[in-house]
Ligand binder design. Structure first.
Ligand SMILES: [Zn+2]
Ligand SMILES: [Zn+2]
Length: 626
């Protein structure tokens, strides 16, 4: 360490400041940004990660420090969300240079976990430039892009604690990793064709690797086949969306007759959405959502002249569309020269499959080929789905790119709390201090694998954020797998009525509103009186809801099957209204008998069941497949 000269110490213009920066500053290139900014203003000192925040010390001319401090929060890297929490005068240490110091171990509770990111423009340009050493390399990334949540084993976010631990950097990558002025400085997933993950295609006579693996994949897709492609947060099942037979083949094999399939389009044009616009109509908000670095699936209106198969979303006027988010997807779409179906590689309703061996085993009957890679996926993250409602993009499913979703709360939790969510389309949330974190979509908690992932996500989030839940919140329905799990954990459990939770979630978005009237209309949730609610009007505020009104209840038989068999709702309503009506459906006679004798019948005010009844009576849909 150099000693400061007397002249500097005596100069009243020279000062030192210590700053703590919170917010999203890990895994987004914030420390290199601090380094470059310090150099820009001729400042000496150091920066390091510390308990989820960035701690830094700068010294130099007071005016330069002021400018540095301003730039720190006004010009951060695109993915960073810095918050200057402390800035105080410090003793001059006499530093001559600026250094990035090793991270201090995590342990604080102000940890911010970056979600998985898209492939940035700089990396995309490299990927497409034959003069670059990463030309055509599917695992190209930098501090501004690439996977995060799905590869982080533990925090602080350093390479040995990621899925990249097993890949030793080659000399050229190491030089980039160590150069603070390189855009790959400390990019933890950094890789190149010499030292990084590789592709393998299985499905032909012998496995193919590298570009041959890509070619083999394209061959299968061109022939109308289905390929399971390992991506960032799990496997996709891909096929040609213009080929009716290919789409139907995928549907039959996946036992998914009607549920819409998302389509991934090549990135083209100024905002990347030119190819998307040939198939769907995007308003400004939808275009903005589609071009977002989170790269969600956006639900948009299908164009009348859309050339894609109608089997993608039977009977629906919209289509789920999204842009490629990993270099591998860019390469696949460029070679295929058109869009591709990209639907979750899973068994219906379960979490997306992440493991190579499991994919080979469980998707064997679905896929004609497998495009694997050897970068481990530490936890599943399905694609996010958003819909624009009243001009605002709203998540229908939180997943890769958006989750874990971190929320600042107006009030603090009394104790660290885990909320375990519903039974279908499950997700969990962790709350502590004035923060809440929502996990990616897990899936329907109907199978052993779903429950396994459910438990893994809970353990994972608790460990990553360093939070031990002291209380568990679950749905009042004791039959939900999540509620059953909550009861076995030994922690105090708080039961929340389903629609009270819906109303509170809404109220949470507008803390300035003190007293609410909320219409909670949905499928069904267990009510305080044991009936199945779903058409309620609640008055009050979070923690103090009162049911002010409700739709007229009707007697419904069939239990859980009623949700999957709309004819049951139709028949029950007809009988309730006094019509002597017998549906032609199998089991109708038994249902009629049960309804008359009130066997296995519940009373429900569910709006969802009214929709079901209308779908059955008006449209003739007697069975719902999703
Ligand atoms: Zn990049
Ligand atoms: Zn390398």
């Amino acid at each position: 360490m150099n000693k400061p000269s007397r002249a500097i110490e005596a100069d009243p213009q020279i000062g030192a400041r210590r700053m703590i920066v919170g917010g999203r500053v890990q895994g987004v290139g914030f420390r290199p940004f601090v380094y470059r900014t310090a150099l820009r203003f001729g400042l000496a000192g150091w920066v390091r990660n510390s308990a989820g925040k960035v701690l830094l010390h700068v010294e130099g001319r007071a005016a330069d420090i002021q400018r540095f401090e301003r730039v720190l929060t006004s010009e951060p890297p695109p993915l960073a969300r810095p918050r200057l929490e402390v800035s105080s005068a410090a003793d001059i240490e006499g530093a001559r240079d600026f250094h990035i110091l090793a991270s201090e171990a995590a342990g604080g509770t102000d940890i911010h976990l970056p979600p998985d990111l898209f492939c940035c423009d700089d990396c995309l340009a490299e990927l497409q430039d034959p003069a670059q050493r990463r030309f055509g390399y599917p695992f190209t990334n930098c501090t501004q892009c690439g996977p995060r949540y799905t590869i982080i084993a533990a925090l602080p976010y350093d390479r040995p604690s990621t899925a990249m631990a097993g890949f030793t950097l080659c000399p050229r990558c190491r030089a980039e990793y160590q150069n603070p002025l390189d855009r790959r400085f400390h990019a933890q997933p950094l890789a190149c064709p010499d030292c990084g993950p590789q592709l393998t295609f299985r499905g032909g006579e012998r496995p193919a690797t590298g570009t041959l693996a890509l070619s083999a994949t394209i061959d299968v897709l061109r022939r109308g086949g289905v390929v399971a492609v390992r991506g960032v947060g799990g496997y996709h099942l891909m096929c040609d969306p213009q080929d009716d037979a290919a789409v139907m083949r995928l549907r039959q094999r996946k036992h998914r007759p009607d549920k819409p399939l998302a389509v991934m389009f090549p990135q083209a044009g100024a905002d990347g959405l030119d190819a998307v616009r040939r198939c769907v109509i995007l308003d400004d908000a939808e275009a903005q959502a589609g071009a977002d670095p989170a790269r969600p699936i956006v639900l948009a209106r299908r164009r009348a002249d859309c050339p894609l198969s109608h089997a993608l979303a039977p009977g629906l006027a919209e289509l789920g569309v999204f842009l490629p988010y990993s270099p591998l997807h860019h390469l696949l779409l460029a070679r295929f020269q058109g869009p591709l179906v990209a639907t979750s590689g899973n068994i219906s309703g379960e979490p997306v499959i992440t493991d190579e061996a499991e994919a080979g085993r469980r998707l064997a009957q679905v896929a004609d080929g497998f495009l694997h890679h050897n970068r481990p996926i530490l936890r599943p993250a399905d694609d996010s789905v958003v819909r624009v409602i009243a001009g605002t993009s709203r998540p229908v499913r939180l997943g890769r790119g958006l989750a874990p979703l971190e929320i600042d709360l107006p009030e603090a939790f009394a104790e660290p709390t885990l909320a375990v969510g519903g039974h279908m389309k499950g997700a969990i949330a962790l709350g502590w201090d004035r923060r809440a974190v929502i996990s990616p979509h897990i899936g329907d908690l109907e199978s052993p694998r779903s429950l396994e992932v459910f438990e893994q996500v809970i353990a994972d989030l608790a460990a990553l954020y360093g939070v031990t839940p002291r209380r568990i919140v679950c749905d009042a329905h004791r039959g939900y797998a999540s509620s059953r799990w909550a009861r076995t954990q030994g922690a105090p459990v708080t039961w929340v009525q389903h629609h009270a939770a819906h109303a509170s979630a809404l109220a949470g978005e507008r803390p300035e509103v003190a007293r609410w009237l909320v219409f909670t209309w949905d499928g069904a949730g267990l009510g305080d009186d044991g009936d199945l609610w779903g058409g309620e009007a609640l008055v009050g505020a979070p923690g103090a809801w009162r049911r002010a009104a409700s739709l007229r209840r009707f007697r419904l038989t069939g239990g859980d099957r009623a949700g999957r068999e709309p004819w049951r709702s139709a028949a029950s309503l007809m009988w309730e209204a006094g019509y002597d009506w017998s549906p032609t459906t199998e089991g109708a006679a038994l249902a009629a008998e049960a309804w008359r004798k009130r066997v296995g019948a519940v009373h429900t005010s569910s709006v969802g069941r009214l929709f079901d009844a209308a779908a059955s009576l008006v449209l003739g849909f007697d069975v719902a497949t999703f």
